[in-house]
Design a protein around this ligand. Structure first.
Ligand code: CMP
Length: 238
């Protein structure tokens, strides 16, 4: 991949929602400190416990954040899209990474050292508030995931996940009102996001397909009945 020019770094930072609200002079100063890395699909960006403390920005492609048990079982915490940031926890507390980050397809990342970012946070209440908002959003999602695993049935967890993905991962509606989910997520990935096995996800998608709630098309999922899925997502809690 071609390397990112200084002008491109400034542009990328201004288009990253987290940095967009920063004063332009501060943002441009930070852009000068960005370093770039490219990763092939499946590359490890870092592992849980690693000592790195920089903030990472997804410039292109996607990154999966996950936890892996010593027995090799995995939970997918999130899949990040271009413009999203990660690594803020080690940046803030200076401790080891709290999760693994893995390239989900080829991706390009920009990173900012803790020593360049901390003075900005010390000087700018706005920047601190942006970071707190981000942490709150992540905590809310994690609470939802926890609630799903502990309190909801598999169909309602899966229905809620598909609806969330519809909102967050660039879906579009066709003339019939169907929502296309062109995401390269495997059934195993979907299972990892809701704490279920690939087999159970496969079975449930098959049932919904037979019931006309969704269908598969060229590797994508097409949600034919969003309201039906929303009903399932709501009624699943015991
Ligand atoms: P850090 O701990 O530096 O490295 C791993 C990153 O994964 C972490 O910062 C956050 O950016 C991100 N992360 C950790 N836990 C979660 C979570 N529950 N939901 C979303 N992102 C997370």
């Amino acid at each position: 991949m071609a390397s990112v020019s200084p002008a491109e770094k400034r542009r990328l930072l201004s288009e990253t929602p987290f940095f967009a609200a920063f004063p332009p002079a501060q943002r441009d100063a930070l852009a000068a400190h960005l370093t770039e890395r490219s990763h092939a699909d499946g590359d490890t960006v870092f592992l849980r416990g690693d000592e790195s403390t920089s903030l990472m920005i997804v410039a292109s492609g996607r990154v999966a954040l996950r936890l892996t048990s010593p027995q090799g079982r995995e939970i997918l915490l999130a899949i990040l899209e271009p413009g999203e940031i990660f690594g803020e926890m080690s940046l803030l507390d200076g401790r080891g990474r709290s999760a693994d980050a893995v390239a989900f397809g080829p991706c390009r990342l920009l990173s900012l050292d803790r020593r360049d970012m901390l003075p900005v946070l010390q000087d700018s209440p706005e920047a601190c508030i942006r970071l707190l908002e981000l942490l709150s959003t992540r905590l809310r999602r994690t609470s939802d995931q926890l609630e799903g695993v502990a309190l909801m049935t598999l169909p309602s967890r899966l229905a809620r996940l598909l609806l969330t993905l519809s909102e967050t991962h660039g879906t579009r509606r066709n003339a019939e009102g169907e929502v296309l989910l062109p995401l390269a997520l495997s059934q195993r990935d979907l299972g990892q996001l809701i704490g279920a096995s690939r087999e159970k996800v496969n079975l449930q998608l098959g049932r919904w397909s037979a019931e006309g709630l969704l269908r598969r098309q060229d590797g994508a999922l097409v949600i034919c009945d969003t309201e039906g899925l929303a009903d399932i997502a709501d009624i699943g809690a015991p």
